[in-house]
Design a protein around this ligand. Structure first.
Ligand code: ADP
Length: 291
């Protein structure tokens, strides 16, 4: 099977410094994949290369089987993009933003109108068609960006930090949309520095495959797998102890084992056990917190 996105030994150097350093990832068709890492890790640069906005210094990227150098148009046709920087045009109405994008992609008029209606409806923006985009709330603007990215019916949706700046309610709403699109078969790649975002989006939902998480730090992919893989590898149980001004973490293969260890301690002051989460594991991997 052809990977939806294939990144092979890709590096990007700025001023001779690698900001993406020999990265290789294959994102499967229908997969939801979260690229997680601190600011400056190289996540946006990776995405910008995939969507042909900037060229790799070395390595090979294919999107839907098309080489990003040789087949830019096919790459663009197969991928929908939601970036923070490339925003909607505030001086145009919601409908005009959609219409403009549809024309750019040469979607015939009849089909364009029905697709605009379909995606505005899906994103609950139908009643805002004639609203100037600059007057929309932050959550609505982001929904419009997604509606627009989906208009040319791509199979792959790429979102760079999709919920930055949104309140918890709007963030949750977008997560539901992203998860629903994935359930419908769309390949989703998103970058984020929010642990709970990948925990929610890449969790095992029963109705679809658990998503994978790639952890980037300093331009390198330092870990790749599902949250279950990580918890199995680093430990599912945790004992935390307050030592002066910091917390000491000790991982155990299971929560039961962490509890048993806790019971053996004579002095349990400032000590607790619980199941490990992605944040604990991230700190264990990288030696630092995300924020
Ligand atoms: P992330 O998305 O993980 O926050 P970025 O890919 O935006 O990381 O940035 C990775 C590194 O590359 C940062 O140190 C950033 O300053 C640098 N960088 C990004 N774009 C450019 C550019 N156009 N010129 C020079 N340095 C850049």
């Amino acid at each position: 099977m052809v990977a939806a996105i294939s990144v092979q030994n890709v590096s990007k150097l700025y001023n001779k410094v690698p900001v993406v350093d020999n990265l290789s990832i294959d994102i499967e068709e229908g997969e939801i994949f979260g690229l997680l890492g601190p600011n400056g890790a190289g996540k946006s640069t990776t995405i910008r290369m995939m969507i042909t906005l900037t060229q790799p210094t070395q390595g090979k990227i294919q999107v839907a089987g098309y080489d990003i150098d040789k087949h830019r148009e096919q790459v663009k046709r197969n991928i929908g993009v939601v970036l923070q920087q490339i925003s909607i045009d505030g001086e145009l109405t919601v409908w005009e933003n959609m219409e403009f994008h549809g024309r750019m992609h040469h979607i015939p008029s009849n089909k364009r109108q029905s697709l605009i209606d379909q995606w505005l409806d899906y994103m609950s923006l139908s009643d805002r068609k004639d609203t100037l985009a600059k007057t929309l709330s932050g959550g609505m603007k982001r929904r419009l960006q997604i509606a627009r990215a989906l208009l040319h019916q791509p199979q792959i949706l790429v979102l760079d930090e999709p919920t930055v700046g949104l309140d918890p309610q709007n963030r949750r709403r977008l997560w539901e949309v992203i998860r629903d699109l994935n359930r419908q078969g769309m390949t989703i790649l998103l970058t984020t520095h929010y642990m709970e975002e990948v925990e929610f989006l890449c969790e095992d939902s029963g109705t679809r495959k658990q998503g994978r998480i790639g952890i980037m730090d300093n331009g390198k992919l330092i870990e790749l797998g599902t949250l279950s893989d990580f918890r199995r590898k680093y430990g599912e149980g945790l004992v935390i102890k307050q030592v002066e001004d910091h917390l000491d973490y000790k991982f155990f293969p299971t929560l039961d084992q962490a509890n048993l260890y806790l019971e053996t301690l004579v002095d349990k002051t400032g000590v607790m056990s619980r199941a490990s989460n992605l944040e604990d594991i991230f700190v264990e991997m990288t030696g630092h917190r995300l924020d």
